[in-house]
Design a protein. Structure first.
Length: 80
């Protein structure tokens, strides 16, 4: 993640937060801090019970580090 942030500087980062098969919220926050995109969007959570996670908790934790996150609704789009 540090190399991605250093070499590529992506503007948007999609981050898994479901924990059981992917990063959990705390690890995802660290990953976003390494990369420092303009915005981080949580993904791969709440599709079945074993990967329940609160995406708003993720965004709140990013905010404590001065980072920006956005929770998207199913079917929502954003323009890049």
């Amino acid at each position: 993640m540090k190399l991605i942030g250093k070499l590529s500087r992506p503007e948007i980062m999609l981050v898994p937060i479901g924990d059981n098969y992917t990063m959990g919220i705390d690890d995802a926050v660290i990953a976003v801090d390494f990369v420092k995109p303009q915005i981080a969007i949580p993904m791969h959570y709440n599709t079945f019970p074993i990967i329940q996670a609160d995406p708003n908790d993720f965004v709140t934790k990013l905010g404590t580090l001065g980072l920006k996150g956005r929770v998207m609704n199913f079917g929502e789009t954003i323009e890049l």
